[in-house]
Design a protein around this ligand. Sequence first.
Ligand code: NAP
Length: 317
Amino acid sequence: MTVVPFVSRADAAEHAVWLSALNEAAATRLPGVSVRPLTCLDAGARSETSVVIVADPDPGELARLPKLQWVQSLWAGVERLVAQLPDPSVAIVRMRDPELARTMAEAVLAWTLYLHRDMPAYRAQQKARIWRQLTVKQPGDVTVGVLGLGVLGRRSVQSLLANGFQVQGWSRSPVAIDGVACFAGQDGLHHVLAQADIVIVLLPLTPQTRGLIDHQAFSRLKPGASLINFARGPIIVEADLMVALDEGRLQHAVLDVFDREPLPQDHPYWIHPAVTVLPHISAPSNPATASRIAIDNVAHYLETGVIPDSVDRQKGY
Ligand SMILES: NC(=O)c1ccc[n+]([C@@H]2O[C@H](COP(=O)([O-])OP(=O)(O)OC[C@H]3O[C@@H](n4cnc5c(N)ncnc54)[C@H](OP(=O)(O)O)[C@@H]3O)[C@@H](O)[C@H]2O)c1
């Protein structure tokens, strides 16, 4: 029986869910192979291990594998792995799952509609027993700016277009997407920030995107614009976001990701009337579909020796 190790700092319940899903996928695609916690392998097996499946692994555990060639992450965001596995000879393969993209597109649409149909305002009105009808805007009169046009951004753009919104997008390299005004570079970012009624952040966290949405970026926003961050907390400068909200330049922020998670109990976001706090839930990896993709990648590697497309260490994503 060949064993593929799994390394994760998930709690016992989540660990068990992943192990079960991975073994179910292996039973179909890789009979004779089982996925076990790395701790179950003896010293000899560890010294021969070339691939590991990971979900927030302890980097110390991976450092003790002399023949490690690549890791398959069950998550889409890999900034921590990039930082914690500095050896460029170990390839990092991130999760690219259409089901994850669908889930993110669903969250993007749900929270775009939440802002578009003034749900924060109606919630506040109900609390104060105020009966006031706000003007209903048409989606075609609303511009949504999507920062990041990768796997998740592109799928989200499609659901926004299908629901009638005007969509603009921004990415590192110029791209063309039907029905979307696409921009790149610093000027492109400024253009999208100035045009968008709702800005959605779907960028990876890299040295270039850390702190990207700062005081200067907020000052370029269209007055009354709102922001959704479903990517990573440190892309936005928290103190600058608070100032933009308090000065009324930013109308509302829907935040799913933060500098520190869980969000500390005394953080001002919790009680700010113009902030909606979500507990990093916009698009969790789906154990069944992600496991099938991970096992497929491992199977292809075991059959051919080919490591799947991996993170570009220079770009950091
Ligand atoms: N909150 C959650 O539950 C959750 C779940 C999953 C993922 N995420 C986050 O979502 C992020 C995006 O995922 P993805 O799969 O869509 O990533 P992806 O496929 O790698 O796409 C990244 C996009 O961002 C663009 N980009 C990167 N650096 C840039 C820069 N400096 N300036 C402008 N554009 C830049 C890329 O441009 P190019 O096309 O030119 O390379 C690409 O369009 C992940 O990294 C993760 O952190 C969050």
